[in-house]
Design a protein around this ligand. Structure first.
Ligand SMILES: [Zn+2]
Length: 506
């Protein structure tokens, strides 16, 4: 289809599940109501088969788009109908799978759907080039003479904007077909680091043996026991060092895939290709990196301050997150969390509040950690014709309230976009995605500082705010700068050996 599958989930943290709540013992009001999407798996299956048939008929439009504005409209409408159903099928399969990753039936459902999606992408790959073969003035006449086609004006203009980077139908089909193979480095990286890498067993703070996992990394870095943090950190990276050649080659493979795509589509660089999808100039990226690089003083000041207050001789990566205010420790139930989120969001108006209440009351959120449920938190993003859903793994921590308001920010953004925009535009770009969610977090922080009952608590909230700035502003820009340099090195033909990469990152 013209638009890619709207797989725009917003992942936040990735953590391991350790809770043992049984799903059937949880009140249904804290679990997703998937019947808002399809009444049953059987209904999903019916819709799936219908979509398979529909996909085959898409071919019939080939070679007809330039004949008349009616033909163009028919094809766009047909493609849109496919996209709407595909998104809906995807949402159901994804959510059903994520609440219990051990159920093979849902994994199978999801895999079938993804296969159909890539088949669709190849079948519909003729549409863009065929539209672009229509002379521009003829195309704009089509849009002006046909009132139903007017809706697609922006879509078509965006296509014209990227005309230089759209290939002919045959080449587009080749690219669509080769695309899964180009993902190999990335998927091997995922399998290696999530499944095959074996991490050492170490002593925890109490002297018990624990196996290092990705999920335990974050809480280890917050531990007040410095030796434990050091032990965890150093052991965590042992398997990475042992596999540095494989990891380096996979990283290089990823970079080369990006460059292949960029070159094939006539872009000057991989970054240019990546930014062009959202029409963002390269200068925006460069300006961010330059500005942050020139203004590191506050970050260094904060690090020095932490080093002094923690009374450390040297400050390591594993000292970066530990709190300066360990005495502030409160627990919060999900009910507390909902109330605080609602109270803190009052500045956004009564409509917003009543819509969030509606989401809380109507099972848009899957709250608690259960066996084999997907870890972390996300909002499902916009799916046309259905409200979005939020996945949580509530653990009664203050952080969970921030995650709740953050995800609700995404969720309401998606909900309002879906309600107000026609399908071709019922999505927002990744460039603006974090605005709604971080505004919600800022409002919650403001509210909590206002309500805090001690200086210590207020300081710990300000510390949290600073940590957010370090991770979302400085650290993200560090990643961006690293990528800026490595993609450039690859393009200039320099070798990206593990040593080169490590030195650069260090
Ligand atoms: Zn987010």
């Amino acid at each position: 289809m013209l638009s890619k599958i709207k797989n725009n989930r917003f992942f936040e943290k990735e953590e391991s599940n350790s809770g043992l709540l049984k799903r059937e013992n949880i009140d249904s009001k804290f679990k997703w109501n998937l019947t808002d999407i399809y009444l049953s798996d059987i209904d999903w299956g019916k819709a799936f088969s219908q979509l398979e048939n529909k996909t085959e008929k898409l071919e019939a439009f080939k070679g007809t788009l330039g004949d008349s504005s009616e033909n163009l409209l028919k094809c766009l409408k047909y493609d849109e109908e496919i996209g709407i159903v595909l998104d809906r099928l995807h949402l159901y399969a994804m959510l059903a799978k994520d609440i219990d990753l051990s159920k093979e039936a849902y994994q199978g459902m999801y895999d079938r759907l993804m296969n159909l999606a890539s088949k669709l992408s190849a079948t519909s790959s003729f549409i863009k080039p065929e539209i672009l073969e229509i002379p521009e003035d003829k195309l704009l006449n089509f849009i002006n003479e046909n009132k139903d086609l007017k809706l697609y004006k922006h879509l078509v203009q965006d296509l014209l904007r990227t005309k230089l980077h759209t290939l002919n139908a045959k080449e587009e089909k080749i690219l669509a077909n080769v695309s899964p193979a180009l993902q190999t480095a990335s998927s091997v990286f995922g399998l290696l680091t999530n499944v095959d890498l074996k991490f050492p067993t170490i002593k925890d703070e109490e002297g018990n043996d624990i196996e290092i996992t990705h999920g335990r990394y974050s809480s280890a870095m917050y531990s007040l026991d410095r030796n434990y943090r050091k032990r965890f950190y150093e052991n965590y990276y042992i398997p990475y060092v042992e596999h540095k050649n494989t990891l380096g080659a996979l990283f290089g493979g990823n970079i080369k895939s990006d460059f292949f795509n960029a070159q094939t589509r006539n872009y000057g660089s991989s970054r240019e290709a990546a930014l062009d999808a959202n029409n963002i100039p390269l200068s925006v990226y460069d300006n961010l990196v330059d500005t942050v690089t020139d203004n590191l003083a506050p970050l260094h000041r904060w690090t020095k301050l932490k080093k002094r207050l923690l009374k450390l001789d040297s400050f390591h990566s594993y000292d970066a997150y530990v709190t300066l205010f360990p005495s502030v420790k409160k627990k919060f139930s999900y009910e507390d969390g909902m109330k605080m989120v609602l109270d803190s969001l009052t500045p956004l108006g009564s409509n917003y509040i009543s819509d969030i209440k509606g989401a809380f009351d109507n099972r848009w959120i899957d709250v608690f950690e259960t066996k084999a449920k997907r870890s972390g938190a996300y909002s499902s993003g916009t799916t046309f014709g259905v409200h979005p859903f939020v996945l949580l793994n509530w653990t009664d921590e203050l952080n969970d309230i921030f995650t709740l308001t953050h995800e609700m920010g995404h969720n309401m953004h998606s909900f309002y976009t879906g309600e107000s925009q026609p399908y071709p535009y019922a999505n927002y770009s990744i460039f603006v995605a974090e605005v709604a969610s971080t505004v919600n977090e800022a409002l919650l922080l403001d509210y909590l500082i206002e309500k805090s009952d001690s200086k210590e608590e207020k300081l710990s909230l300000i510390e949290k705010h600073i940590n957010n700035i370090v991770t979302t502003f400085y650290r993200q820009t560090l990643f961006a700068k690293f990528e800026q340099i490595v993609h450039k090195k690859n393009q200039d033909g320099e070798a990206l050996t593990p040593d080169v990469l490590s030195k650069l990152y260090g």
